[in-house]
Design a protein around this ligand. Structure first.
Ligand code: NIG
Ligand code: FE
Length: 445
């Protein structure tokens, strides 16, 4: 379905126009990233422009110190922000003018943690959960990641592409313009590479900027259960060299968790990743605090994810190691777990990002606006801290903060016009999609 909607018009502009029928695929016109030409977009009549500033993650009191401009305008030229001002907007020749009608405008959101590529779903686990089975009990019984691995191995690259493209459309509709995507449901060289190729292909063809993470160490697959060292060897000595050679991932992630990968195994995987140019990320303290956040600090991971039950030593280690905490409150919500100690992290000077963790098991949720709600209501972050968490700090967690995550001259023209008068409003309203117009590289998507 993806390729059949490619249209090349006489200006050489390639338009991926979905037909929108039967499955909720977006009918938004999506523009080819490689399109070059003088394109100008003037966004006028912005009631409030709320944005963090800078090209690095914000921590401590800086996380909430964002810029709020009233009565603002933004000019985007060739996909890049050229000017930002307040008061009457200038006359700009040949610019497409978009009237924000006095609404809130923010940077495009960044979803810095997703497991985008997978076959099937796991609605069958809902009943088990309702009968009191825990996440790890379901995993140990052959459900969980292993069951999604079986479905992902069966799926063709084309099937995975079409499925993920639909999810990307939905994410964009919620205001997300950049995301991360992990492999980790192949758990065999062929299928891990297949997933990463799908991500690369989507990044080339979909307007979303997608940053890839290799997560071959998501689970020891069934066929290696009796021989875990051999699986780890496969990840480090066969998969990683191939990933490096194909240049299809930027980060390496590992599920450091009880019954999954120990701290020592996680260290081994992340150190091997470093040898192949993959910067470390780590799923840490999601269910049990076995030492993942301490390891994150020691190894200098770019980010540690989840941290639901992160102990004070873990927070201290992350602060020392300059690690970004990528918190995933919709997963706490879905697991019926407690919520990560986000305020303690901000107090300790750890930059906090927030993301969805979209995956078929612990968090079948694509909506970063729901994460925004939980950030305020459950983490007790202020709307300003929350905005930084889902824009600039998310961008920094995937090494994209020099390009996206704030509305500033020189950054990409990724913006959201909200059906909202101010920032508090989008944090307070629950369950509606308030993203009114999404702009990617200066194009309405
Ligand atoms: O971030 N924890 C590991 N990975 C995902 C869940 C994967 C799954 O359940 O399929 C997570 O929660
Ligand atoms: Fe995850």
């Amino acid at each position: 379905a993806f390729a059949s909607h490619l249209i090349i018009d006489d200006e050489g502009l390639i338009d991926l126009r979905y037909n929108g029928k039967g499955g909720g695929v977006s009918s938004r016109p999506l523009l080819w990233k490689g399109y070059e030409g003088m394109r100008k977009l003037l966004l006028t009549n912005i009631g409030m422009l709320a944005t963090p500033q800078g090209r690095t993650a914000k921590k401590g009191p800086e996380q909430g110190a964002i810029q709020m401009l009233k009565n603002a305008w933004v000019l985007v030229e060739d996909g890049v922000i050229a000017q930002v001002g307040t008061g009457a907007a200038p006359e700009v020749e040949d610019a497409k003018v978009v009237d924000a009608e006095g609404n809130l405008v923010t940077p495009g959101l960044v979803d810095a943690h997703t497991h985008l590529i997978f076959g099937g779903w796991r609605q069958n686990e809902l009943g088990m959960k309702l009968h009191g089975k825990t996440y790890l009990e379901i995993q140990n019984a052959g459900g969980g990641i292993q069951s999604t691995t079986n479905a992902t191995r069966r799926a063709t690259a084309e099937e995975l592409t079409n499925k993920a493209a639909k999810a990307l459309d939905e994410m964009m509709g919620f205001g997300v313009t950049t995301c991360e995507a992990k492999s980790g449901y192949g758990l065999a060289t062929e299928h891990e590479l297949k997933a990463l190729q799908v991500i690369k292909d989507l990044n080339d063809r979909h307007p979303m900027d997608i940053v890839a993470t290799f997560m071959g160490a998501h689970l020891v697959p069934a066929e290696y259960k009796q021989n875990r060292e051999e699986y780890i060897r496969l990840v480090c000595e066969e998969m990683m060299p191939a990933v490096k050679e194909q240049g299809i991932a930027k980060f390496c992630d590992v599920f450091c968790e009880a019954d999954t990968f120990t701290v020592e195994e996680s260290r081994q995987v992340l150190e091997a990743g470093l040898k192949y140019g993959l910067r470390p990320k780590i799923h840490a303290d999601e269910i049990e605090a076995i030492g993942g956040s301490q390891l994150a600090g020691e190894i200098g991971a770019i980010s540690a994810e989840h941290l639901i039950v992160c102990p004070p030593e873990g927070i201290a280690s992350m602060a020392k190691g300059g690690v970004i905490a990528c918190l995933l409150p919709a997963t706490s919500f879905n697991l019926g777990a407690v919520f990560a100690p986000a305020r303690d992290m901000i107090r300790a000077g750890v930059p906090v990002a927030m993301a969805t963790d979209f995956n078929p098991g612990s968090c079948p949720c694509l909506n970063l606006q729901f994460v925004i709600n939980l950030g305020c209501l459950k983490y007790k972050l202020t709307p300003e801290e929350v905005l930084t968490a889902v824009t600039l700090n998310g961008a920094a967690a995937i090494d994209m903060a020099d390009k996206v995550g704030s509305v500033e001259v020189g950054k990409q023209g990724d913006l959201v016009i909200w059906d909202a008068p101010d920032l508090d409003y989008i944090c307070y309203r629950v369950g509606s999609n308030l993203a009114k117009t999404v702009i990617k590289r200066g194009e309405l998507v």
